[in-house]
Write a protein that binds this ligand. Structure first.
Ligand code: G1P
Length: 291
């Protein structure tokens, strides 16, 4: 059985939907409450035992590297001031086994994946997009865990999907479904961001994938579209040879690369935070009266 122990997080995008903050701050460092989104994603991976992670960064992403590195002067100061709780919060980002690779040119998702090829070394891997958070409640199976289980059982690449409607269909990769058994769908075709008329279904690709290591060689044969290599073309090839599955997921997805999605994530994560939630509830009730 092929085991999934590795993951790639592409984090070198330009983040243009979030200008001006993304001029100097990489999008995965935007925080939901007090934690950058990329740390939530690392925690999601850790919860399913994937510890070998490579983050694909741009030449301007020093702060991501810094976030996962020691900061001796801060740590010494917190210790000497007896601020043990803050010290352990600062130290939390050191527990991950992170590697970094550079994506020199922003040439799309497939380009980012290819940068991590030496690290993946032909093995299967999870792929988690840096601007999507998937919250799993107490009774939910984490999305990436579900995908890993399907991959390890079938040895087929698998992507997470959700239903979208109306104009939203054109914002996502779109999935054609040949058949479905016990919530696992066999994919026969994919289109990247089709018009509503071209769409194959209401099933969209979301930013969680578990992939066979052979996609690296497949990416190398893809024709670029303009400046980018489109990863959905690679998935379409897998689907064409009957090697791609899709699955729904449990929990809530937040598109933190979208302004409304970002605000929603901050409010809902605050409502789950035991120290913040009562004050935030009161504050929301006050605001609601004025709307
Ligand atoms: C990427 C993928 C797309 C997928 C989306 C999910 O698009 O290319 O297939 O549906 O992520 O968020 P992007 O959002 O980077 O344009």
């Amino acid at each position: 059985m092929k085991k999934v122990t590795k993951a790639i997080i592409p984090a070198a995008g330009l983040g243009t939907r979030f200008l001006p903050i993304t001029k100097a701050v990489p999008k995965p460092m935007l925080s939901v409450i007090d934690k950058p989104t990329i740390q939530y994603i690392m925690e999601e991976l850790q919860s399913v035992g994937i510890t070998d992670v490579v983050i694909v960064v741009s030449p301007d992403s020093d702060v991501i590297v810094k976030h996962f590195s020691p900061n001796p002067s801060l740590e010494e100061r917190l210790l000497s001031d007896g601020k043990d709780k803050l010290y352990s919060i600062a130290m939390e980002t050191l527990k991950f086994n992170v590697n970094f690779v550079l994506q020199e040119v922003p040439n799309g998702l497939a380009g980012a994946i290819l940068c991590a090829e030496p690290f993946i070394n032909g093995e299967p891997f999870a792929l988690l997009l840096g601007d999507e958070l998937i919250y799993a409640g107490e009774n939910d199976k984490p999305c990436i865990k579900r995908l890993v289980e399907i991959f390890e059982e079938t040895e087929k690449s698998v992507i997470a999907t959700m239903e979208v409607f109306g104009d939203d269909v054109s914002k996502y990769g779109n999935i054609g479904i040949a058949e479905e058994t016990d919530g696992v769908m066999k994919v026969d075709k994919l289109l990247e961001k089709p018009s509503i008329n071209q769409a194959l279904s209401n099933n969209a690709i979301i930013g969680r994938y578990v992939l066979d290591g052979k996609v690296m060689d497949m990416i190398k044969t893809l024709k670029p579209r303009g400046n980018e290599i489109c990863f959905t073309d690679c998935l379409d090839e897998l689907a064409g040879s009957g090697e791609l599955l899709a699955s729904n997921f449990e929990g809530i997805r937040y598109d933190v690369g979208d302004k409304l999605g970002y605000v929603r994530a901050n409010v809902e994560y605050a409502l789950r935070d035991k120290d913040l939630k009562e004050d935030v509830k009161e504050f929301i009730k006050e605001i609601a009266k004025t709307l």
